[in-house]
Design a protein around this ligand. Sequence first.
Ligand SMILES: [Zn+2]
Ligand SMILES: [Zn+2]
Length: 412
Amino acid sequence: MDEPCPLVGVHNRLSEVHKFWHDMLSDYQKPESFRIDLNAAIQASRNTTFLLQSNKSSIPNFDEWYGNYQKSMKADEILEWLHQARNVIVKQKDLELHSIASARVRAWGDVSRLEFQISPFITTEQIAKDLVRLHAVQAPKQIAEHAILNVERRWVVNDLPNHELLDVIARGYKFLEKMLWDAHKQAHLDIKTCEAKYVPTHEGTLFIPCMSITRDDRSANIKLSNEELLPKVEMIDVKKSEPEKYQESLERYSEIKPPLPNHVGDIFEFVKIINERARQMLILDGHHSTIFILCYPDGWYNPLEVRLDDQSSKYVLIRSVADQVKRTGANGVVAISEVWVIREDERIGNKLPAEHPNKSEALQVSAISKDGIAIYSTFFEKNERGEIVLSDTHEMKPNSFDLMKPIIDALS
Ligand SMILES: [Zn+2]
Ligand SMILES: [Zn+2]
């Protein structure tokens, strides 16, 4: 039976910082809640050091050991600010928060940009709607139907204007975490056991942004044509979050050849297997979901299923996938989806293939890495019995792939 760690209280306070950081992130577009979460995160950070100090008897040579950490906290602009900020909050004063927004009109790429200061009390969604209503932003006619307005918000405080607040809290957290593990060493405590017990995990998904975020996490996206807020793209790590469904699909597709390899060596060989399997799965199911398979330098790969509802969300989707790629250090991506295609000579201006009268349906499987791009397209139709009839697969190795550009840029 293992004894509880003598520093259990410190572990728990630090876990609170982690929790409040996530609350700040989810409340990023809600000024009032964001302020409450920020205060809580600052308090919990300070409580972590208080509790460590009150446990000084279990840490040999504490004063000298802790004195060094205090010195480096004082010397660091952000850590020193965190320390002072807590004193402000305790005196019931509010930190002077403000937020900066930048707005962009996007279709396949950025069309225009604006940057301005905004009242901290307006939600990002409202800002986006006001910009549209006041005609402050407009999309060129040809893309008006699909363009989105992206409004990115940044929270800062007056006396630390160059540091975004999620980054500030994350920085404090990492410092405290390092100090806590060092305290374990100093007191000869078992770090491994404590790691297993107290390091926060995220059930169900690997892909919650944790302690590091990108601009898209701080953004709201609005479809210009109808002013509707686009939901954050839902990406599902099927293996982890829906294990039963994943097991079922393994059984359902067990007859499909070639089998999935355990590791990805060459992504351009891997994509051939995926394409062959996707063709058979399309026949079996009558449809194919949109899936991105992220591949890693050590050969590991992870499929993400994406739920998409309209064409505009595609812009948001590709950027979300690019974020995951960056966050997790993927070096290749295989994308599988059903697409509408038109023949080049039938293209009508900027009309999207989906709106073209002579569109055809195709299954598209592509592989992208720093070494190149391979796209496999298979046209298909449904016959009168509703069965899928596939044509041959066409292979292309283009030099660029506009739709996937954000992902290509994010690959390591
Ligand atoms: Zn411990
Ligand atoms: Zn986390």
